[in-house]
Design a protein around this ligand. Structure first.
Ligand code: PEP
Length: 257
């Protein structure tokens, strides 16, 4: 036992309105039991418009499911039309927020500098960032996946103090495996997740690196999750498409069965 509780997080992306979100969370609550929550931390990263409904359900029924958002502004307040701030997410008791998901990097031009500011904004307000990093297909074909991903790690964590970094979650998500049905092999996932932990040890300390949870993300399903989770440096999964099917997501949470 490495002491790290696996974190299975569902990234709903831009799916499920607030009524669907309630129904979906109820299904998860109905299926999951104390036994599941004792072994695995379960979280849902939902659209902003779902947060209040999901929070009300989870708090009202004292469910062990954690929840959070898919993005956060780097700014606390002000003239940033359309943005949502860390204080707003904290007020809704978000436990997590995804930062730098590849879709945000790709469609919203989020750089490592922007991700770094968002990581700091999350920590400032007591929300754990799930920093998403990973290479595209061209980088993978050139064999540069480790260097590329570690540069994103360095950028995202720049000037983040150890007492915050020790609670960060890193999601290694090779872009070519996201939403494509093409999952990385367990060895591919381990290569980069192991390198991420090694870099955390260099940036901070081995003790800190051994505490940080590193997720794999990219076409994770019930059928492939166990082999990926068997890798020593993979501590969970960030699940997109398969998280929209409650039965499938429950099977992913029960990857040990
Ligand atoms: C994701 O959205 O982070 C993701 C990994 O998506 P999918 O599981 O659909 O590949």
């Amino acid at each position: 036992d490495n002491g790290r509780t696996p974190l299975m997080a569902g990234n709903w992306k831009m799916n499920l309105n607030h009524l669907e979100a309630i129904a979906h969370t109820q299904k998860l609550a109905f299926a999951l039991s104390e036994k599941d929550f004792a072994a695995v931390e379960v979280a849902v990263l939902v659209p902003f418009t779902d947060l209040r409904s999901v929070q009300t359900l989870i708090e009202g029924d004292k469910l062990a499911i954690r929840f959070g958002a898919q993005d956060v502004s780097a700014h606390d307040s002000g003239a940033y039309t359309g943005e949502i701030s860390g204080p707003m997410l904290a007020k809704l008791k978000c436990a997590y927020v995804a930062v730098g998901h590849s879709e945000r990097r790709q469609y919203h031009a989020e750089t490592d500098e922007i991700c770094n500011a968002k990581v700091k904004a999350a920590f400032k307000h007591g929300i754990t960032p799930i920093l998403c990093i990973g290479e595209g297909l061209d980088v993978r074909k050139a064999g540069d996946q480790v260097a590329h991903t570690l540069a994103q790690l360095d950028g995202g964590l720049k000037d983040v103090p150890a007492e915050q970094a020790e609670t960060v979650v890193i999601a290694y998500e090779p872009v070519w495996a996201i939403g494509t049905g093409e999952v990385a092999t367990p060895e591919d996932a381990q290569e980069v997740c192991g390198a991420i932990r090694g870099r955390l040890a260099e940036l901070y300390s081995q003790e800190l690196a051994d505490k940080v949870r590193i997720q794999y993300g990219g076409s994770v399903k019930a059928g492939n999750v166990a082999a990926i989770m068997a890798q020593p440096d993979v501590d969970g999964a960030l699940v997109g498409g398969a998280a929209l099917d409650a039965d499938e997501f429950v099977k992913i949470v029960r990857f040990r069965d």
